[in-house]
Design a protein around this ligand. Structure first.
Ligand code: HEC
Ligand code: HEC
Length: 590
């Protein structure tokens, strides 16, 4: 490629020259670096970037088959995260930004250790993969991102109207959970399925979670994806209101992943059929969000589960304990099959062929698959033959565009507990987290959401999962605007499995299956072991006297605190009166 560098600096100029530059803003931005800089950039690239983005920049690196979404193909000149108008090339600053911080919840890491010069050089090198960067017509002026407006009620309300008028919900869903009516049909430029972002989980935004990022994202659009640009259809002020609305949909700045659910005690009966009292019960129970990852250690691998977290809470009364879990899913798949031991043929593991969603359309599937990886006849027509060409045959070949909820596999969820607690001396001993092991079995409370009832299984490893009926576990489920909620109940005591005593830490783990993503059996999103802690019930009779003593101590402490505070206030007031100020260091330590 030609190594011409056209850098034109804008000197203070006459009005006429300024107008000329405005008319040709693009020319001013073509900057392809020097040959040395590109050569230095190649060194950085070959070392850190080529394994994903490919030696020739075509996005086909060594790691690419296992990566989703696909690494950017730099030969196309199409970039998602830009301050420049729809269809234009990114600025160097845009590229620098993503290289420095990466794209969350994708395999694109941030590179904080690269020096500024190294980043600039690698940018020059990346640009050399596409001749578009030599074409002044492909450059556009970056948009101006105004300071965010204050999130007043009026602003958010106006933003909501804009959201509705512009049809954001058709992809992102009415309350932003990525469950819009057309969500299951979306594909990117390469024809790979792609999911509309879950706007409630800001931490997963690939282009960044700040108000400025959001403004940029929908102003310029994400090129190469169905996410449009709204620069032409929305005035600046309405865009600012829209930012506030999108921001208001968010469930906090970060996921605040926890490791423990605290089960709270209640006197109330737990009645799964009485929605209202059940909701009221759970209102008092703290909610914890747990991270989910793909199952990639055993057959049935799933590198990119779309469900990246689950929220859980628990309540208990004298006899029973109830768990409630909630996660987001772009659609309720409630007609297919599922169960924890459904076999996943190797060729249907998450093979990284698809785009953002792992939902392999027929084409993709047979396209890539035709070669050496082809399954032995047995895999196809042997014992699993029925699974495919039986009831699911039709769905299987048309899944990618089956927008109507007709997936072959249903959504499902499971809680996993050790079948018995580890001895007190070795509380850290837990069964193998993948369905347990021969010595340390686990119990699964599995709900196939086609039926919505809980089935119990005993797992002694992934190849040994048997139904059990030792304990009766009940469940109710509902799907509302992109969120599944499943509530379980069981007696606290069990002779066959784990009992939930007060003040006990019980290990628990989660699995979620997304039917749309063809997850079943070992192909799922799962967590490692976390804990549920059964908080002591207040009415513990034996604790009565102890509690009273504690209350008296507490009352005395409060009194002391009150007195100290009052003195401090008095002191501060005195000092203020005499011109001195109370510094933080002097503040009373209460
Ligand atoms: C482990 C794989 C991996 C490595 C290593 C990697 N990337 Fe990426 N990169 C990705 C993926 C995946 C995307 C696409 C993210 C998306 O589509 O949201 C991406 C996207 C990008 C983008 C495009 C942003 C846009 O606006 O479309 C740039 C630029 C980029 N990477 C630069 C680099 C550079 C420079 C390096 C090396 C310093 C690097 N990447 C290393 C996986 C990788
Ligand atoms: C035609 C479908 C569609 C419509 C309509 C749509 N989006 Fe999107 N949006 C997407 C897709 C798909 C993505 C994910 C792109 C990706 O992951 O690369 C996305 C991503 C986003 C993101 C997150 C980007 C990131 O950094 O990961 C935001 C914020 C967003 N959209 C806001 C909006 C708003 C606001 C509107 C309406 C003004 C809107 N979208 C309309 C499909 C759509």
């Amino acid at each position: 490629m030609t190594a011409h560098t056209m850098r034109r600096t804008r000197t203070a100029a006459t009005f006429a020259t300024a107008a000329l530059i405005l008319a040709l803003p693009a020319v001013a931005q073509v900057d392809l670096g020097t040959e040395e800089q590109r050569a230095a950039g190649k060194v950085v690239y070959d070392k850190y970037c080529g394994q994903c983005h490919g030696d020739t920049g075509d996005g086909n690196g060594y790691a690419t088959p296992r990566v989703k979404p696909k690494p950017r193909d730099f030969t196309t000149g199409t970039y998602k995260f830009r301050t420049t108008p729809n269809g234009m090339l990114p600025t160097d600053d845009d590229l620098r930004r993503i290289i420095e911080i990466g794209a969350p919840y994708t395999s694109m890491p941030g590179w904080p250790n690269l020096t500024s010069a190294e980043i600039q050089n690698v940018i020059y090198y990346i640009k050399s993969f596409s001749s578009d960067f030599e074409n002044p017509d492909r450059y556009g002026e970056p948009i101006e991102i105004p300071r965010p407006l204050e999130s007043t009620e009026e602003s958010v309300a106006r933003g909501r109207v804009v959201y509705e008028e512009q049809g954001c919900g058709s992809c992102h869903g009415e309350v932003g959970r990525g469950d819009g009516a057309s969500a299951p049909t979306l594909v990117n430029d390469k024809g790979d399925p792609i999911r509309a972002a879950d706007l409630t989980q800001r931490w997963t935004y690939r282009g960044g979670p700040t108000k400025e990022d959001i403004y940029r994202t929908f102003s310029t659009g994400l090129n190469g994806t169905p996410m449009p640009s709204y620069a032409d259809s929305l005035e600046v002020e309405d865009r600012q209101h829209l930012v506030n609305y999108v921001y208001s949909l968010g469930d906090g700045d970060d996921p605040n992943y926890g490791t423990l659910i605290t089960a709270v005690y209640s006197e109330e009966p737990i009645d799964l059929q009485d929605e209202e009292t059940l909701d009221a019960l759970f209102e008092s129970a703290p909610m914890t969000r747990f991270p989910l990852v793909g199952q990639i250690t055993e057959p049935g691998r799933n590198f990119f589960p779309p469900v990246t977290s689950i929220e859980a809470q628990a309540v208990y009364n004298r006899d029973e304990i109830a768990f409630r879990v909630r996660w987001h899913d772009l659609r309720a798949d409630t007609s297919g099959r599922n169960n924890p031991s459904l076999e996943v043929p190797m060729w249907d593991e998450d093979n990284g062929i698809g785009g953002d969603a792992a939902d392999d359309s027929g084409d993709d599937f047979f396209g890539d698959f035709g070669g050496e990886e082809a399954p032995a006849e047995d895999d196809f027509f042997g014992d699993s033959g029925d699974d495919f060409f039986g009831d699911g045959g039709d769905d299987f070949f048309g899944t990618a565009d089956a927008g109507a909820g007709g997936a072959e596999f249903s959504d499902a969820v499971a809680l996993q507990f050790p079948a018995s607690l580890a001895p007190e001396e070795t509380p850290e001993l837990k069964p193998y987290f993948l369905y347990g092991d021969a010595q340390n079995p686990v119990d699964l409370w599995f709900v196939n959401l086609t039926y919505g009832v809980a089935d119990t299984f005993r797992g002694r490893g992934s190849d040994s999962i048997e139904p059990t009926e030792a304990d009766v576990v009940e469940a109710v489920s509902s799907y509302d605007q992109g969120a599944w909620t499943v509530t379980y109940k069981r007696r606290r005591s069990s002779r066959a499995g784990v009992s939930f005593a007060e003040e006990q830490y019980t290990p628990l783990a989660f699995s979620v299956w997304d039917g749309f993503n063809r997850e079943r059996g070992n192909k799922r999103a799962l967590s490692s072991w976390f804990y549920v802690y059964t908080e002591p019930s207040v009415e513990q009779a034996v604790a009565g006297p102890v509690l009273r003593a504690a209350l008296i101590v507490l009352a005395i402490e409060l009194l002391v605190v009150f007195l100290v505070r009052r003195r401090a206030r008095q002191k501060a007031a005195d000092e203020e009166a005499s011109g001195a100020t109370l510094t933080a260091g002097e503040a009373p330590a209460v």
